[in-house]
Design a protein around this ligand. Structure first.
Ligand code: ITT
Ligand code: CA
Length: 536
């Protein structure tokens, strides 16, 4: 009782009045201590206050504990991208209980297979299977052993194998059987090895980047309950491989060709998507087409090529050049194999002219075309450009948003004119094949995007060059796995309107607010003792 009584506030008089009132205060104070009145009321109020504070603390603890995310049960999946130039194995993982959410699947490992793509093993198909073994072993180290059996493993082969199949169907099947045998003998759950179509390649690339950019469903937030706040824009996908290139984007226009049309229903929304895959217009096959065009510039065993840096030289042969189905019979300059040396001249304008000659823009059987008589609707929205689009722009240091089309042209032109010895000295660690081709690739990318697809100085800013998105490579593999494991639902799964973080945050905020209001009320309604006693 004495303890409670001593808590009373004593109002001090103003400085000038102090000497008149000191005795009075002393008297009142001693009275207050000596005879506390109505202390039972204050006691009850205080006990209630303590209970109230405890209740709020309990409320916060309950909110945090009860709504705590469950311990994660991690699932794994493996996809091998058997590209024309190389094979990569990707390991993905995701929390099992969230598998229908967007953006939860993450790439945890990329293993690059030593050597060339599987189609290069056409003379010894058995070696194709052996080539991927080291990466499959790597996946066994990354994924916990008790989950190997339930981890699906897929292999998708792209344009290199499409070309091999065009050349020799039987050999292509043998190469596929070889990689299939290798994957079957792994401890993982083998789900198939097949050549995917260009249409699938474009579609899965588009799904991958939009999934990783979280463009399909917005993070749950109170604002998303209002339709005007829901992000609906997707990003188009531009993929430049070694043997084919894909363009895929949502179009509001009528898509005039069935083979270029895709309809998706993802997370409760419908998408009308245009896609096209240009076989032979990947970077390596396009270089081959350029060399074939340039063969007329061969004198005394030397081909002077404007798309290589001055001083660059490399030996090759007509049989090597003509070994692809991309080089049609009638464009063959000679049938007898001839060895010759390529020597670079680094002439941007001549290189551009050579490259532009491989795009036929004079013929279009539809209302509008890209090139080679292929229908393409008007470009729409933003685009993510990956694979060689990114490798090349990143090397030329123009992959950032601020670079204009003019900046890129200047950078490519200046790179092409640099002597090969200087280029080599500046980048000793980059593979000679990649380094020697940046001039050609830069000019080719500009021609493909400008002359081929119709980008210009205005809409260039809509293109983002993407290597990885949130740690996962931009490419078709993730979209492929998401589709085959049914991880993208057609309809939006029911979920609480607020995420765990937002929920706990709001609980804490309102509890503290409530506590604050009660405190203010208590302080406001409580009469200071000095007033009760009429001191001032
Ligand atoms: O899709 P397909 O056509 O089957 O081919 P791919 O899958 O093998 O093609 P990539 O995207 O891996 O590579 C595209 C091209 O970029 C080249 N490339 C790969 N890595 C590179 C790098 O770091 N710098 C420059 N070029 C690179 C590669 O040799 C190819 O010519
Ligand atoms: Ca590829």
């Amino acid at each position: 009782m004495a303890g409670l009584a001593t808590l009373h506030v004593v109002c001090l008089p103003k400085k000038t009045e102090r000497h008149h009132t000191y005795n009075l205060i002393a008297t009142e104070y001693s009275k207050a201590i000596a005879k506390p009145k109505k202390t039972w009321k204050r006691k009850v109020l205080c006990i209630l206050g303590v209970f109230f504070a405890l209740a709020i603390v309990a409320l916060i603890i309950t909110a945090v504990m009860q709504n705590k995310p469950l311990p994660k049960n991690i699932k794994y999946g493996i996809v091998l991208d058997a590209g024309s130039s190389h094979t990569s194995l990707y390991v993905y993982n995701w929390p099992a209980e969230k598998e229908n959410d967007t953006g939860v699947v993450k790439q945890v490992e990329e293993c690059k297979v030593e050597g060339n793509g599987i189609s290069h093993y056409f003379q010894e198909p058995v070696k194709a299977g052996l080539s991927i073994d080291a990466c499959v072993t790597r996946a066994q180290q990354v994924i916990p052993a008790n989950q190997h059996k339930e981890t699906p493993i897929y292999l998708g082969a792209t344009a290199g194998m499409r070309l091999l199949r065009l050349n020799n169907h039987t050999v292509a099947d043998e190469v596929l059987s070889s990689v299939e045998n290798s994957l079957r003998s792994s401890p993982f759950d083998f789900q198939g090895a097949r050549i995917i179509t260009g249409q699938e390649e474009g579609a899965y690339g588009w799904i991958t980047i939009n999934y990783l950019l979280k463009n399909f469903v917005e993070e749950s937030s109170v604002l998303n309950l209002l339709p005007s706040f829901r992000k609906t824009e997707t990003s188009g996908a531009l993929d430049l491989g070694g043997a084919s290139t894909q363009i895929t984007f949502v179009s509001d226009e009528d898509i005039e060709t069935q083979e270029n049309t895709l309809h998706f229903r993802l997370y409760g929304k419908s998408y009308n998507v245009y896609t096209h895959s240009y076989l032979c217009y990947g970077k390596d096959q396009a270089l081959r087409l350029q060399l074939v065009k340039n063969i007329v510039n061969t004198r005394n065993g030397t081909m002077w090529d404007p798309c290589f840096n001055p001083g660059y030289r490399r030996n090759t042969s007509t049989s090597e050049l003509y070994s692809s189905p991309c080089v049609s019979q009638h464009t063959r300059f000679t049938t007898t194999p001839v060895n010759f040396e390529i020597k670079g001249t680094g002439d941007y304008q001549l290189c551009k002219a050579n490259i532009q000659s491989i795009f036929n823009v004079s013929y279009c059987p539809y209302s509008q075309c890209s090139f080679n008589g292929i229908f393409q609707p008007v470009l729409q929205g933003k685009f993510g450009a990956f694979s060689a689009f990114y490798f090349v722009m990143d090397f030329l240091k123009v992959a950032h948003e601020k670079a204009t089309l003019e900046d890129v042209k200047e950078r490519v032109q200046s790179h092409c004119s640099r002597p090969w010895d200087q280029v080599k000295a500046d980048f000793p660690k980059i593979k000679t094949k990649y380094l020697s081709e940046y001039c050609f690739s830069g000019v080719y990318i500009l021609s493909l995007l400008e002359l081929g697809y119709g980008f210009n100085a205005d809409n260039w800013k809509e293109i983002s060059f993407l290597g990885k998105i949130s740690g996962s490579d931009a490419g078709w593999t993730l979209g492929y796995m998401l589709n085959l494991t049914n991880m993208i639902p057609a309809e939006l799964p029911p979920s609480p309107p607020l995420s765990h973080g937002v929920y706990v945050g709001l609980m804490v905020f309102f509890s503290v607010l409530l506590l604050f209001i009660v405190l203010i009320c208590w302080l406001g309604f409580r009469k200071p003792r000095c007033l009760q006693k009429g001191i001032i």
